[in-house]
Design a binder for this molecule. Structure first.
Ligand SMILES: [Zn+2]
Length: 303
C-alpha cells in the first residue's frame, strides 16, 4: 500500500516537472514565434521601402512627374516616332526611356487653333504669334491645307506644331465608322507630309473626343498611332464673335493655372484673329509662356 502511495507520489512529482517543462517550452515557443512574425513584418516593410526607392530611382517622383491629369498617353510605337525626325525628346536622349515629359502646369499655355488654314485669319494669327514670341499648335483640315499650302509651310518655318483635324468636319461623315475617321485623318496627315515634309501623329477629333470617339474609334485610332488631343479651356470663339472670347478664356485660365496644364481651343477665324492680340497681350503681361504641343507630351483628353 505504502509502495503504491510512494509510486503515486513520485509519478505526481514527475508529472509536475513535466507540466512545468511543457509550460516553459510553450512560453519559449510563443516568444520565438512572435519574434519571427514581427521580424517578417519588418522584412516586408523594408522590402516595400526598397521597392519604392528603386522605383523612385528609375522613374521620377510624383513631384517631378506632376501628372495632375488622369489622361492616357496614346501608344505611339518608337518605330513610328523614329521616322519623325523633327523633334528629339531630351528625355529619350538622356537614356531614361520610361519617362514621358508632362505638360507644364506653371504659367504656360498651349494655344491650339482648329479648322484652318484660313487665307486671312491664319496670316494674322501667325503674325501676332510672332510679335508676342508665342508658339502654337494648328489642327488643320485637308481641303484648307491644300488651298493654303504656303501658310502651312510658314507655320512650320515659324516653329509651330502641325496636326490634323480631318477632311469633312461633318459628324455624319467623319464619324460614320472608325474606318471613315481613320481615313480622313490619314489623308490629312499625308497632306501635311506632302506640303511640309512633317510626319505628324497629332490629331484633334472634330468636336473633341467625347462622345464620338467610342472604344471602337479609339482602337482604330491607336492602331494608326494617332495621338488624340482635346482641350481644357474652350474659348468659345466660334460663338463669341465680338471678342468676348478673350475674357472667357482668361477667366478659365485663372481657374486652372498652377493646377493643370492649360490647353486652349481656338479657331482660325477672322473673328478670332481680330481680337487675339488682347489675349496674347494678357498672357505676356501676366508672365505666361505660350508653347506648342509636341508628340512626347501626355495628351490632354476629356475624362
Ligand atoms: Zn473643328
Amino acid at each position: 500500500m505504502s509502495m503504491t502511495t510512494r509510486k503515486k507520489y513520485r509519478l505526481n512529482k514527475k508529472g509536475k516537472v513535466a507540466v512545468i517543462f511543457i509550460f516553459l517550452m510553450l512560453i519559449i515557443l510563443t516568444y520565438f514565434t512572435w519574434g519571427l512574425i514581427s521580424n517578417q513584418k519588418v522584412v516586408a516593410k523594408n522590402s516595400n521601402l526598397s521597392k519604392t526607392s528603386s522605383l523612385n530611382y528609375e522613374k521620377p517622383s510624383k513631384e517631378l512627374v506632376k501628372k495632375p491629369f488622369p489622361v492616357q498617353r496614346d501608344k505611339v510605337s518608337k518605330e513610328t516616332l523614329k521616322k519623325d525626325e523633327k523633334v528629339i525628346s531630351p528625355l529619350e536622349e538622356s537614356g531614361n526611356k520610361d519617362i514621358e515629359p508632362p505638360l507644364e502646369t506653371g504659367k504656360i499655355v498651349y494655344l491650339t487653333f482648329d479648322d484652318g488654314p484660313h487665307p486671312i485669319a491664319s496670316k494674322e494669327i501667325i503674325e501676332l504669334l510672332d510679335q508676342y514670341d508665342a508658339k502654337a499648335t494648328f489642327f488643320m483640315l485637308e481641303p484648307n491645307m491644300n488651298r493654303n499650302t504656303e501658310i502651312v509651310k510658314t507655320m512650320k518655318e515659324k516653329g509651330h506644331t502641325l496636326g490634323v483635324h480631318g477632311i469633312t468636319h461633318d459628324v455624319s461623315k467623319v464619324y460614320k465608322s472608325p474606318e471613315n475617321f481613320v481615313n480622313e485623318m490619314n489623308r490629312a496627315i499625308d497632306s501635311i507630309h506632302e506640303i511640309s515634309g512633317i510626319n505628324t501623329h497629332l490629331v484633334r477629333a472634330p468636336y473633341g473626343s467625347k462622345p464620338y470617339i467610342t472604344p471602337k474609334f479609339k482602337e482604330a485610332s491607336d492602331k494608326n498611332n494617332f495621338i488624340l488631343w482635346d482641350w481644357n479651356v474652350d474659348s468659345r470663339d466660334w460663338q463669341l464673335t465680338n471678342g468676348e472670347f478673350v475674357e472667357n478664356t482668361i477667366t478659365q485660365v485663372n481657374h486652372l493655372v498652377e493646377k493643370e496644364p492649360i490647353v486652349i481651343l481656338l479657331h482660325e477665324k477672322t473673328t478670332t484673329s481680330a481680337h487675339l492680340k488682347r489675349l496674347l497681350q494678357y498672357f505676356v503681361d501676366n508672365g505666361y509662356e505660350m508653347r506648342a504641343i509636341n508628340e512626347w507630351m501626355i495628351p490632354v483628353q476629356f475624362k
